[in-house]
Design a protein around this ligand. Structure first.
Ligand SMILES: Nc1ncnc2c1ncn2[C@@H]1O[C@H](COP(=O)(O)OP(=O)(O)OP(=O)(O)O)[C@@H](O)[C@H]1O
Ligand SMILES: [Mg+2]
Length: 575
C-alpha cells in the first residue's frame, strides 16, 4: 500500500529550506528519526571510518512497500504530512520529505525494507539516481549509506578529524536515546560497540544507562503539568557544577533542540548559586501542544519557536527553582557574580557613595585606578590582609588600597604553572581510579590522551565509556575526577572543530592553553571553601608577583583592583 506522496509545490515552499546534510552525524540523525517515526523498538547504528565509509541504520519498524521505498527518495515525498495545517499538528519527527533525498544526493545508498508479512524490496541509489530495485528479504528497514560526499569533494574536505566526526555521531545517538527511553539503541563504530541502551522504563533510567548511577544521583528531578504542557526536568544539584556547557540537553516534543528560552530559564534558577564560569548540567524534556510550537524554523530542525515564549520561560524557571529548593545542599555563593557592567576594572564604590554621601559625588573619580601594569612591588611586601567578603581580600600598600580576588589570583598562578608543564609534576595515583563518563566524553579524552599526558593527566581507555586515570597533576589531587574529566572533555570538544589546516602545533598550543585554564579553575581556592589564612595569602601574593601576567585571570577578569592614595584623598576632599 502506498502511503508516501509528494507535497504540493506551495507547501514545498513553506518548508524551511537549506543544508540538511552537513556531516556524517546529520545522516545519522535523519535516519534515526525515520526509524523512530516508523515505530521501531530497536535501532542499530553501525559506522565505519567516522561515517565517511559507511553508516548503516537498521530498525524493526513499520517498513515500506516497494513503491514507497522508491518514492521515499524523491524530494518532498513524505507520508507524514499532507497539508499546511499539519505542520501545527505534528506527531512525527519528520515532515519535510527531504531527509532521504538529501542523503541520497551525496552518497551511495542501499535501502532494504519490508512491511509486516509482506515481500521485501531493495532499492539502490547512486548520487540521487535510483539505479536498481529488486526483491529482498527484510524485516523493518535498513539503510546503508556509503561514500558520503563522494560527489561533493569540497564538503568532504570540510569534514573534521575522525575523532570529531565520531564525537558528533555519538552525541547524536545519545540525544535520540535520551529522549526515547523505551527504544533500544546500539552504536558500533569500526567494529567496537560504543553504546548500548536496552529499553528503559523511565527517563531517569535512560540517563543512568548513559551516564552512570553516580551522575544521576547528582541530579534533581521535577515534573510539571499544565494544560497543553508537560515538563520533566533534571537539573544538577549545586555541588555538581561544571566549568563548561557540556551535558545540557533540551528536548521539545521529543526533538533534540537548542533553545535559549529554556536554557536561560534554567540558568535563571541558579542566580546567586553559580558564578560566571560555572554551568549546571540539565536535561529538559518539554512536551507541548503542537499548536503552540513551530518546528519548521530551521532546515535541520535544531530550533523551534514557541507561540508563548514567556510562559515556557516562567514554567521552566519555576520548575528548576523548585527542583533546586528541594535540594538540601543549596548554598548560595554570596555575591558570586558582579553585575556585568561592573566587572572590568571598575570598582563598586561609586554607587554606595553617591547614594549615601551625595555631597562627595563631584569629587569622586568615576573609575578606580587600574593597577599599574608595570609595577606590582607591593605584592611582595609583607602587608596584612583584611578579608572583605566573597573571595576578596584587601591590603594597604602605603600608597593606596589593593583589593585582590584570591580565586582569580590563584587561577592565574595555577594557569601559568599548568602551561609550564615541566614545573607541574604529575602525581601517580596509588590506586588508579576508574571513571565512567558518557561515551562521547570518554572518546574525546582518549583521542587526546597524549595531550592530556603532557598536562600531567595520564589515562587509558577502559572501554564502554570508562577511563582509568593513572596520574593527575599534583595541584589537582583530591579533586572530583569525574567532574574534572567531564569539563576537560567539554573543553576539548569545543576546541575540536578547529580546522586542522591551522597547523597542529598551533592547535595543540591553543588546546593546551584552554586546558590549562580549565585545570587552573579546578585547582584554585573557591568561594565555598574556607578563607585562606594569612600565610597562604602571602604565598599567593608572592607567586602572583612572579607571574608573567599577574593582573588578569585566564578568563580575562582582573585579579586586583587598586584605589590610589590620590584617588582616596580626592574622595575625602583632601587633594
Ligand atoms: N526507516 C523507515 N521506516 C519506514 N518508513 C520510512 C523509513 N525511512 C523513511 N521512511 C518513509 O520515507 C519517507 C521519506 O523519508 P524522509 O526522511 O525523506 O522524509 P520525512 O521523514 O517524511 O521528512 P523529513 O525530511 O522531515 O525527515 C517518510 O515519510 C516515510 O514514509
Ligand atoms: Mg525523515
Amino acid at each position: 500500500m502506498s502511503r508516501i506522496a509528494v507535497l504540493p509545490p506551495d507547501l514545498q515552499n513553506k518548508i524551511a529550506a537549506g543544508e540538511v546534510i552537513e556531516r556524517p552525524a546529520s545522516v545519522v540523525k535523519e535516519l534515526l528519526e525515520n526509524a523512530i517515526d516508523a515505530g521501531s523498538t530497536a535501532i542499530e547504528v553501525v559506522v565505519e571510518k567516522a561515517g565517511r565509509k559507511l553508516i548503516r541504520i537498521a530498525d524493526n519498524g513499520s517498513g515500506m512497500s516497494r513503491e514507497d521505498a522508491v518514492r521515499a527518495f524523491e524530494r518532498y515525498a513524505t507520508s507524514k504530512i499532507r497539508h499546511e495545517a499539519d505542520l501545527f499538528h505534528l506527531r512525527t519527527l519528520g515532515f519535510r520529505g527531504e531527509g532521504l533525498a538529501a542523503i541520497a544526493a551525496v552518497s551511495r545508498i542501499v535501502l532494504k525494507t519490508a512491511e509486516r508479512d509482506a515481500d521485501g524490496a531493495q532499492v539502490s541509489v547512486d548520487g540521487g539516481v535510483v539505479d536498481g530495485v529488486r526483491d529482498a528479504a527484510a524485516l523493518g528497514t535498513s539503510v546503508e549509506v556509503r561514500d558520503l560526499f563522494f560527489n561533493t569533494p569540497a564538503r568532504r574536505k570540510f569534514l573534521k578529524s575522525d575523532a570529531t566526526e565520531n564525537f558528533h555521531i555519538i552525541d547524536t545517538v545519545t540525544r535520540e536515546a535520551l529522549v526515547h527511553p523505551s527504544i533500544r539503541f546500539s552504536l558500533h563504530t569500526d567494529g567496537s560497540e560504543l553504546m548500548l541502551t536496552p529499553a528503559a522504563s523511565s527517563l531517569r533510567e535512560r540517563i543512568m544507562q548513559i551516564y552512570g548511577r553516580e551522575f544521576v544521583d547528582g541530579l534533581r528531578e521535577t515534573r510539571v503539568e499544565e494544560p497543553g504542557l508537560a515538563l520533566h526536568l533534571f537539573v544538577s544539584s549545586p555541588n555538581m557544577i561544571r566549568n563548561s556547557r557540556t551535558n545540557q540537553y533540551v528536548f521539545v516534543n521529543q526533538r533534540p533542540v537548542k533553545d535559549q528560552t529554556i536554557s536561560q530559564a534554567i540558568y535563571r534558577a541558579y542566580d546567586g548559586i553559580l558564578s560566571r564560569n560555572q554551568h549546571p548540567v540539565f536535561f529538559a524534556f518539554l512536551a507541548i501542544d503542537p499548536e503552540q510550537v513551530d518546528c519548521n524554523v530551521h532546515p535541520t530542525k535544531r530550533e523551534v519557536r514557541f507561540r508563548d515564549k514567556l510562559r515556557v520561560f516562567r514554567i521552566v524557571s519555576d520548575a528548576a527553582r523548585k527542583a533546586l529548593l528541594t535540594s538540601t545542599m543549596v548554598q548560595p555563593v554570596v555575591g558570586a557574580d558582579a553585575p556585568e557592567q561592573g566587572i572590568e576594572y571598575r570598582v563598586g564604590y561609586a554607587e554606595p557613595v553617591s547614594a549615601g554621601l551625595e555631597w562627595v559625588w563631584d569629587s569622586v573619580p568615576q573609575q578606580a585606578d587600574i593597577i599599574a601594569e608595570s609595577s606590582h612591588a607591593y605584592l611582595n611586601q609583607r602587608l596584612p590582609n583584611v578579608y572583605v567578603g566573597d573571595t576578596l581580600v584587601a591590603f594597604a600598600d602605603g600608597d593606596g588600597l589593593v583589593v585582590m580576588d584570591y580565586h582569580a589570583a590563584h587561577e592565574r598562578v595555577n594557569y601559568e604553572r599548568f602551561l609550564d608543564t615541566v614545573r607541574m609534576p604529575a602525581h601517580h595515583l596509588l590506586f588508579p581510579e576508574q571513571v565512567t563518563l558518557p561515551r562521547a566524553a570518554a572518546a574525546v579524552l582518549v583521542a587526546n590522551a597524549s595531550l592530556l599526558a603532557s598536562c600531567g593527566i595520564e589515562l587509558d581507555d577502559f572501554g564502554e565509556g570508562s577511563v582509568v586515570v593513572r596520574s593527575v597533576p599534583e595541584a589537582l589531587q583530591g579533586n572530583d575526577l569525574a567532574g574534572l574529566l567531564s569539563d576537560l572533555a567539554g573543553a576539548l570538544q569545543m576546541q575540536g572543530d578547529e580546522p586542522l589546516s591551522d597547523g597542529l602545533p598551533e592547535l595543540i598550543d591553543r588546546r593546551r592553553r584552554y586546558l590549562a585554564a580549565q585545570l587552573a579553575c579546578h585547582a584554585s581556592i573557591r568561594g565555598t571553601q574556607e578563607v585562606p589564612d594569612e600565610e597562604r595569602l602571602s604565598r599567593l601574593r608572592t607567586a602572583l608577583a612572579a607571574a608573567r601576567n599577574p593582573h588578569r585571570c585566564p578568563h580575562g577578569r582582573p585579579t586586583m583592583v587598586r584605589l590610589s592614595l590620590d584617588a582616596l584623598k580626592k574622595m575625602f576632599r583632601k587633594s
